[in-house]
Design a protein around this ligand. Structure first.
Ligand SMILES: [Zn+2]
Length: 452
């Protein structure tokens, strides 16, 4: 039996992973149901305009105990186990009711922004349910009809949007995965500043190289520690589920209520779909190849905008201010460069929010750079600018010069072909850090001529 949970985030500090922990404890206590594997933390379409903070949903594979238990967490000093050799059991109304009671206790349904949904399924639904929730904006009606046609037990509240996440989470095929043990705070500390020792976080990269995105080396931020008032103390992302509990033990800080390790689609690039530039639609996240047709320019706010095209269609691309040093390399692009761009596409204005890119080929090996103002032909002094686009003037003898008279130099380009990515602090949940490797189809778009 798979139990899916969606829409339980709340701006008031509800936290989806807390709901999962509480459900697992309650179902064990009341119905002797246990987890048969790690609980799933699933991130869905990052462009969804209705999303809550992280657009997260959960799923749990439930059954009765059997075989040797495996510790995947700890709560109030007691271990939380999964039973890989446990016995699957069919869904029942009783399980749905017990799980719903936890939702009512832990979420803020009446605030109008929490729209929880639960779905119970015997076995996984078609992976398309996951794909559509990841790559399109699904309507609640579509999902409700599906659940009805499939005879699945479900319950929702408010807009019922939670049913979309719940049904997607149980349909996630878990082919590309990472893991995250999430530590929770003691209740009396909720909303207060978190006490987590920075040096112990910074040491993770060195001592536990299977972890990622814990710390931003550019800004010094502890990215694994949330800043919202939610009950989470921190979560450590990693690719080795066996390594992570030891990494968690190495973090120094305030007392924890407990922790549970989730299997997740974070850091998998599951949101990215390789496609031709002319097929790009809003609200999806894509990998596209194109030629830079308008040079990058920095607009107020520090955002860097440029444009790519495939001969038929143009697409605006943006590296926003929070991407910090990533913008330096983006500014080095020139018209004629061929790139593969990855990111989400917003509707209006139609812009790709750049997460990473590959510079495939430089359009030109050299660039002409202005290195100085014109020299006065009469006295040899460096002339002063009269105003943007208005030319130059010698302050000593009054001679004038045009914009084209500036001293220029031809230099080799200050950027090399290869992949570039945003820093840790600007990375969205689903985006895969380059050091974890690329999906093969993303490598292929650089050479596959059928794509554009
Ligand atoms: Zn002069």
């Amino acid at each position: 039996m798979l139990l899916g949970v969606g829409g339980t985030d709340s701006l008031e500090g509800g936290c989806t992973t807390r709901v999962a922990v509480q459900m697992a404890l309650r179902l064990r206590e009341e119905m002797d149901l246990v987890l048969l594997d790690h609980p799933r933390l699933v991130r869905l379409n990052p462009t969804n305009p209705w999303k809550t903070r992280g657009n997260a949903a959960l799923a749990m594979h439930l059954g009765t105990p059997g075989g040797a238990p495996r510790a995947i967490g700890e709560w109030d000093g007691e271990p939380i186990h999964s039973y890989p050799d446990g016995v699957d059991v069919p869904p029942s109304q009783e399980v749905l009711d017990a799980a719903w009671a936890v939702v009512e206790e832990l979420t803020w349904i009446e605030d109008g922004r929490t729209n929880p949904g639960l779905v119970l399924s015997r076995g996984p639904p078609p992976p398309a349910w996951y794909d559509e929730a990841m790559h399109t904006i699904l309507e609640v009606d579509t999902v409700e009809r599906r659940l009805g046609d499939g005879g699945l037990l479900s319950r929702g509240e408010g807009s019922l949007r939670g049913l979309i996440g719940a049904s997607a989470a149980i349909a996630w095929p878990t082919e590309r995965t990472t893991w995250e043990p999430i530590a929770h705070r003691e209740r009396d500390r909720w909303g207060t500043p978190r006490d987590v020792d920075a040096p112990s976080v910074k040491a993770l990269d060195e001592h536990f190289p299977s972890t990622f995105d814990s710390y931003d080396h550019e800004t010094g931020d502890l990215t694994m520690v949330p800043s919202s008032p939610c009950p989470v103390l921190f979560g450590i992302r990693g690719t080795d589920p066996g390594d992570l509990p030891r990494a968690l033990g190495a973090i120094i800080g305030e007392k924890r209520a407990g922790w549970v390790e989730f299997v997740t689609n974070q850091g998998t690039d599951d949101h990215l779909v390789p496609k031709a530039l002319s097929d790009v639609r809003p609200f999806e996240s894509v990998v596209v190849r194109g030629e830079v047709t308008k040079a990058p320019r920095t607009i107020p706010g520090g955002h860097v905008l440029f444009e790519i095209a495939d001969g038929r269609r143009h697409l605006a691309v943006a590296a926003y201010e929070p991407t910090k040093g990533f913008r330096h390399v983006v500014r080095e692009l020139l018209p004629g460069d061929i790139i593969v761009a990855c990111g989400s596409v917003r509707e209006e204005p139609r812009t790709l929010n750049l997460e990473k890119f590959s510079l495939l080929a430089l359009g030109t090996q050299t660039q002409v750079v202005k290195v100085g103002n014109p020299k006065c032909p009469d006295c040899g002094q460096s002339m002063k600018s009269v105003g943007t686009g208005a030319g130059y003037r010698c302050v000593r003898c009054g001679a004038r010069a045009g914009e084209g008279d500036v001293i220029e130099e031809t230099r080799s380009r200050d950027v090399a072909p290869g992949w570039y990515e945003v820093p840790t602090g600007a990375r969205r949940h689903l985006a895969r850090p380059l050091r974890l490797g690329l999906r093969p189809e993303m490598e292929a778009i650089g050479t596959d001529t059928s794509i554009c």
